[in-house]
Each structure stands twice: as structure tokens, then as C-alpha cells.
Ligand binder design. Structure first.
Ligand code: M6R
Length: 614
């Protein structure tokens, strides 16, 4: 949600900042801006719309500064206007600031500053923080470390979340950063240093980075950097090598990141499960759970907390884990869990799933679980993310950066990891070695099976074309395919803006069937075995009411001609892996549906990749 990049080095900052913003644009794409230190003042460019608008403006103004900060915005406080676009300058022109997050007590602080005569030009909380720093800076005239002290005093008065980068007109070789609840890291290059909210901003330019912990300040100077606590004490700076490559964050031959990431799924799944099976091939070994074996054996209950697509993955996990390990599982919206006083029952483990590892609602749910003394485990793709740091243990997804706002490869990887977890817990309980081996083999077969589905992308494009006029669609499935139906509907609505809902197939008769008419296609994801017949009966109920039916069904399931208008076949598989196989066609269907409508699938309206506000 919003992206920050700052540059201090021996090259002209413009190019590095624009490249960084292009890579961060998936975090926010309402407006973008940059501020450059220019003698004893700032030159600022701000444009609404995409980063390319800003790039065009900067090509014309051609700033030559080697120190600058930039931002791409997803609006929280205030509409999408130039005035609300970052960077913000303080009223006296001394401070320039970019900010991710929300300052909750900004209204009080703004009143305080207005009483001091400060005039504001935007509706943002960020401009308030910028002026608060300037206010303290003015009061500290003549003091040592004046900007740092002003920053510390200002932040001490703020409630809420922030990741910020700050420049001062009086200090041409200094940039400060600070984080609380919103990620920030320092990228260490040869003769140049970056500050960014996400490593993708400087991939290809630097290899090493230092992730700030919550409550830390970064001081970047021409001769190096320091990490401090909010109290101004030196903090430990742990340098990590960035494992992303330029190929990971560039489009290559694909038209969009969403398409690229859909097609990356065989490799992503392979990496997610690689080296995570026991030597005898009958169980899963998840390194991040080591040391917690006793708790895992005694578990009475698992509570998943997550948002959006990650929550759908957890819902599949609920079916898989209950089936394999016979442990009761609940899935909560993270945003609900954190405010609920859910009863403490026996040995409960809380699993938080989040692609980014930075979703605020999910993090707050984890914090709440920790206050209640529960074991917390994270499933995340965000190496070094807040989720990874704040949980007792965890599992990295290892799928590479997911840049498309619509989550695809992160979902299938999370489902696979829930299957692995179910397998590990199952083998600690009643699951036999033979059953364990069967499941391990099914999981290992996934990459090839997913590849075989991806070869039929053109068939899915034709199906999307056929149904692309529809404004209302229903997605239906049973058991572990019910959350897959929910995910199919979410994917479609978030990138195509068509109205889509997911239901358990049998729920159709309890209400949604009233919507069925020739303009409302129903997309059924069909199980194998006993339940397939029941779902086919539901399809026939739709056909009897002249509703169009598209079935996503395993090869082995016979579907009568009269039950479906179209059938897309997926390989027959173990029940445990079918949710992943059934998801792939739904992702491609949504992707083509939106593209046929001429929409930008990577930057759907109103959405941000990582939601770091409540
Ligand atoms: O980074 P997270 O997995 O925590 O993100 C959770 C949701 O915001 C995310 O899955 C969202 O629903 C996506 N836009 C879905 O495609």
C-alpha cells in the first residue's frame, strides 16, 4: 500500500527513483511524486495517475541532484489530487517527506500546528507529520543532530503506522527513515544507498540490505549509514542478501505480471515443497515448525487468520488438515479475530497466512494471539517481513515476488503448504505411512499437472470470450472446492469488475438460484467420486432454469451433455491436490475475461497489493 524509494549516492537520483517507483507501482498507482535536494531547497514533481506521468515530467525538468525521495500513492487520507500526492514539503520549505501508513491522531496534531500558524495545502495526515518534524526542527536551532532529534520528537507524538523517508533542505548529504508498522529497508550499493519500502525497488542495483525493525530509525549519509532505536541508541544492523533477481521483478515476454505469475506456478509449487519431505517419503518436514513438536502433538485446535485470497487458501487448509490430521480447524477473517474475544480452548495454534507478510489486519491478529499466549505460526512469501519476525515459527512460500495485485501463485503455494502441514500433523496422529506416501506423491505430482493445465490457456481464453458479456456470475463447489469457488469469484470481480459470488454448490437452492437466468453463468468446480453426482445434479438445476453452465471437472468424471454447456478438464488427482488444479483454470478464466474487457489486470481500480492500513 504505497511505495517509498529514496536515493543518496554519486549518480543522478532521478533514474534510480523512477526505476524504483516503476517496480513499486503495484503497491499503489493513484499518483506519484519525487523531491530532489537542490542547493538549499527542494525541487518537487508530483503527478496524478501512473508513474509514467511522473517520469515524463522529470524528463522535462531533468533534476541533476544525487539525493532524492519518491513515492507512489494509494489514497487513504484525501482524494487523488496533486496536492495530496507525496512528497510533502513543510510550510517553511525545510522538510520533505514521503509516508506509508496512517497517522491516527493527525487531526489533533493538525489543530496544534494550525494554532502555531502552519497552513496546510493537502488533506493528508502525511503533510501533518512533515510539518510536525519542521516544527521541532525550528525549535532545535543550533543543536547537534538537529534533524534526527526533530524526527524523534515528532514521532514520539504520533499514533498509528508509518514508514517514512525524510530530507532536510539544510542538509544536502543526509536522509532519514523510520518505521513503525510499515516496512522499510536500507539497500547498500557501491557508493550509493537506498531507502525503500520493498526490496524490488532496488533489485539489480544492490545485493545487500538491512531491514528495519519496528521502532527503528535509519540515518543515511554519504559515508555510510546507522540504524538507531527511537531513543537514539545504536541498534543492530543485520545485513541480508536480497534473493530477488531482475528477472523476478521484470515482465519478460508476458503482457502482465498476473499472467507471468499464473504461468510461474509449476516452478513456484516445486520451490514451495522442495526439500520439505521426510527421508522415507511418508511425511512433510517444515523447518520453521521445528522445536514446536510437543505443542503440535498436543494440539486441540488450529485457528487460521488471514485476509482475501490468503484466507481462501486457509479455508482449503481447514478441509485438508481436518481430513488428514483430525484436528479441529477454524478460519477467521484476521480483521474480525483481532477484535473478538474468542474463547481459549486447550492447546490452540494460530496460523497466519499472508503473501506479503505486511497485511496490517493479519499482523494485528497475530499480536492479539500472542497477547493471549497462543503459539503463532506464519505462512508467508515475505522474507524478513513483519509476519516472519513476529511469529513463533513459520514457513516461507519461496514463490518469488508476486507483483500482480490479484494473487495467484501465492494462493496455490499456500494451499500446497497447508497440505504439507496436514500431512505432517496427520503423521503425528493416525495417518498411516502408506497414506502419508500417497499424499506426498500427490503433492510432488502437482508441478507437472499444473503445467499440463497451463498448456490449455487458449481454450480458457475462448471460454472467457464466450462469457465475457456477463455482469453476474456464480461460482460453485463443494467441500475443499467451495473455497476454490470463492477464490474464482474474487479473482474475477477484482480484475474485471463483474459481479461474482462463490457458494457451496448445495446452497444454490437456498437463495442464489433466484438469480439464475440466461445472463447469469454458473461456474461449477466438480469433485471426483461420491460428491460429483450431487454437484452434477446442481448443474442440472441451473440448466433447467436456462442458466449457462461451465464445469471445471476432473477427466474421470462423466458429465451428461445436458448438464453443462462447456466443460474444461483438469487431470484426475488425489482429493488433497484437486483444489490447486481446479484453481488454475479459474485464474486464467478471470485473467482473459478482464483482458477481453480491455482492463489492466495488474492494477485493478481501488486495490493495492498489500493492505497496510485497517
Ligand atoms: O499479502 P496478503 O496475502 O496478506 O494479502 C491479503 C489480501 O489483501 C490479498 O490476498 C487480496 O485479497 C488480493 N488482492 C487477492 O487477489
Amino acid at each position: 500500500m504505497c511505495g517509498i524509494v529514496g536515493y543518496l549516492g554519486d549518480r543522478i537520483a532521478r533514474e534510480a527513483l523512477i526505476d524504483g517507483l516503476r517496480r513499486l507501482e503495484y503497491r499503489g498507482y493513484d499518483s506519484a511524486g519525487a523531491a530532489f535536494h537542490d542547493g538549499d531547497r527542494f525541487s518537487v514533481a508530483r503527478e496524478t495517475g501512473r508513474v509514467e506521468n511522473l517520469a515524463g515530467a522529470l524528463r522535462e525538468s531533468d533534476p541533476q541532484s544525487t539525493l532524492g525521495i519518491a513515492h507512489t500513492r494509494w489514497a487513504t487520507h484525501g482524494a487523488v489530487t496533486v496536492a495530496n500526492t507525496h512528497p510533502h514539503l513543510s510550510h517553511d520549505g525545510k522538510i520533505a517527506l514521503v509516508h506509508n501508513g496512517v497517522i491516527e491522531n493527525f487531526a489533533d496534531l493538525k489543530r496544534f500546528l494550525m494554532r502555531k500558524g502552519v497552513e496546510f495545502s493537502s488533506e493528508t495526515d502525511s503533510e501533518v507529520l512533515c510539518n510536525l518534524i519542521a516544527h521541532h526542527y525550528a525549535k532545535l536551532e543550533g543543536e547537534e543532530n538537529r534533524l534526527l532529534e526533530a524526527l524523534r520528537k515528532a514521532l514520539a507524538r504520533c499514533r498509528g503506522a508509518y514508514g517514512i523517508a525524510v530530507l532536510c533542505a539544510d542538509q544536502p548529504g543526509l536522509m532519514l527513515g523510520a518505521r513503525r508498522g510499515s516496512p522499510l529497508l536500507v539497500g547498500l550499493g557501491e557508493g550509493e544507498t537506498f531507502l525503500a519500502s520493498d526490496a524490488s525497488a532496488f533489485v539489480g542495483r544492490v545485493r545487500d540490505a538491512v531491514y528495519l525493525n519496528d521502532g527503528e530509525i535509519a540515518v543515511l549519509q554519504e559515508d555510510g549509514f546507522r540504524i538507531l532505536t527511537m531513543e537514539g541508541e545504536d541498534a543492530q544492523a543485520v545485513t541480508q542478501t536480497i534473493d530477488q533477481t531482475v528477472e523476478d521483478v521484470e515482465l519478460g515476454d508476458f503482457e502482465s505480471y498476473m499472467e507471468k505469475e499464473i504461468y510461474e506456478q509449476p516452478t513456484a509449487l516445486e520451490n514451495s515443497i522442495l526439500g520439505r519431505f521426510g527421508e522415507d517419503g511418508t511425511t512433510a518436514k517444515l523447518g520453521g515448525l521445528e522445536g514446536h513438536e510437543d505443542t503440535l502433538r498436543q494440539l486441540d485446535r488450529i485457528v487460521f487468520v488471514a485476509c482475501g485470497t490468503a484466507r481462501h487458501a486457509c479455508m482449503v487448509g481447514e478441509y485438508l488438515i481436518e481430513r488428514l490430521a483430525r484436528v479441529p480447524v477454524e478460519v477467521e477473517h484476521a480483521s474480525e479475530f483481532r477484535y473478538r474475544n474468542s474463547p481459549k480452548a486447550g492447546h490452540t495454534m494460530v496460523i497466519a497466512a499472508s503473501q506479503s507478510g505486511e497485511t496490517l489486519d493479519t499482523l494485528e491478529a497475530v499480536r492479539e494471539a500472542r497477547i493471549k499466549g497462543l503459539l503463532t505460526i506464519g505462512i508467508t512469501n515475505g522474507v524478513g517481513s513483519s509476519l516472519a519476525r513476529e511469529t513463533d515459527g513459520g514457513v516461507y512460500q519461496r514463490v518469488g515476488p508476486e507483483i500482480g495485485v490479484a494473487s495467484t501463485k501465492a494462493f496455490t503455494s499456500q494451499v500446497a503448504l497447508c497440505g504439507m502441514l496436514g500431512l505432517a500433523l496427520g503423521r503425528m496422529r493416525g495417518l498411516s505411512p502408506m497414506q502419508g506416501r500417497e499424499i506426498a506423491e500427490a503433492l510432488q505430482a502437482l508441478p507437472a499437472q499444473v503445467s499440463s493445465i497451463l498448456q490449455h490457456g487458449e481454450a480458457l481464453r475462448e471460454l472467457a470470450q464466450k462469457y465475457s458479456e456477463a455482469e453476474h456470475l456464480l461460482f460453485l463447489g463443494r467441500q475443499e472446492l467451495y473455497p476454490v469457488a470463492l477464490e474464482g469469484a474474487l479473482k474475477l470481480k477484482e480484475i474485471s469488475y463483474a459481479h461474482a459470488e462463490g457458494y457451496p454448490a448445495a446452497e444454490l437452492k437456498h437463495g442464489p438460484i433466484a438469480l439464475i437466468n440466461p445472463e447469469c453463468p454458473c461456474i461449477f468446480v466438480v469433485e471426483d467420486g461420491e460428491l460429483a453426482g450431487k454437484t452434477i445434479a446442481n448443474m442440472q438445476e441451473v440448466k433447467a432454469r436456462k442458466g449457462p453452465v461451465l464445469a471445471i471437472a476432473p477427466e474421470a468424471v462423466a458429465i451428461p451433455d445436458e448438464a453443462a454447456d462447456d466443460i474444461f478438464r483438469i487431470p484426475s488427482s488425489h482429493d488433497i491436490t484437486r483444489p490447486i488444479l481446479a484453481t488454475i483454470p479459474l485464474q486464467l478464466f478471470a485473467y482473459h475475461f478482464a483482458r477481453i474487457r480491455g482492463l489492466d489486470v495488474d492494477k485493478p481500480r481501488n486495490l493495492a497489493k498489500s493492505v497496510t492500513v485497517e
